[in-house]
Design a protein around this ligand. Sequence first.
Ligand code: CU
Length: 358
Amino acid sequence: MRRLNSRCLTLVAALVVAMPAWAEPREFDLTIDEMKIRVAPDLEYQVFAFNGQVPAPLLHVKEGDDISVHVTNNTTLPHTIHWHGQYQRNNWRMDGIPGVTQKAIEPGETFTYKFKAEKTGSTWYHCHVNVSEHVGIRGMWGPLIVDPAKPSALEKKVTKDVIMMLSSWDSEYADKLGSGGGPLDRPNYFSINGRSFPLTQPINVKEGDVVRLRLFGAGAEIHSIHTHGHDMLITHKDGLALPAPYYADTLLIGPGERYDAIIEMNNPGLWMVHDHVDPHVTNNGKHGGGVMTLIAYEGIEPAVEDDPHAGLPNDDADFYYSESMKKPHGLHNNPHFKGTPLQGQSRRERKRGDHESH
Ligand SMILES: [Cu+2]
């Protein structure tokens, strides 16, 4: 009896180690829909949109959580979801690679992904069918943030999360869903969270805030982000804590990469945040567009009356997922990211139009 009890205790102890007390099962629903979003003032774009929005909804979970995601494909083409960064240990069939780990999810089908959120930090999810089109220029990407069971002292200081997903667009294929993204094509619009300046929104802060800026290379371009007036302490690369965090004021972010930067808001003013790769601050070659925004301290007035930055829309406190990150763990949609459904034209008709125009 005593031996049995001690065996039971060992078993219970092993289970406690394997399933941390903070881990929970979480079940989410995602649809994929054909929508149109406004990327820039002069660019409307057809997208494959998770839950109808670009960027996709925030998935915010805890280390060790058991995740189930039911994905329903309402579009006219097959898709999958790759959980970029997650290890899928003993679970490789959930890695989302068509023709390797699964058959792609066909139009009208639902597929359920099940995996443990093992890797912490800034991970993300994206389609893995025709990646150069679906991810490169059709908006099939979103953040999967996994909070570590034991956050570092630095992470605990954060008062505001700011998620920036950088990507690019090619106006030639704006209304040609199902084509584009060729390796020699040249994108001509560049965006933060799917919007090009002046449709980006300011990063609203107050003195004393500690911002955790999570930068994602969601597209196929390399970006070089400069935060005026502030140094970034780079703490994580691809969700992994750096053994020696380092300071930078300009940071390169390549395709697929993620960097986390802690920024102390200790310098009140209106400060540019922009990409130093010149074409990336244009809309179709016209300067004053692309990957550009402002760090805007509470109570600071613009220095000049016609400052274009002062005219940025400032009606979505969740543009950088800051509000969603404060909510309880879960899936968080953002109605501001929602597109309008593609209507009146079947894909076949659109395709016919495409062929006629070539
Ligand atoms: Cu896809």
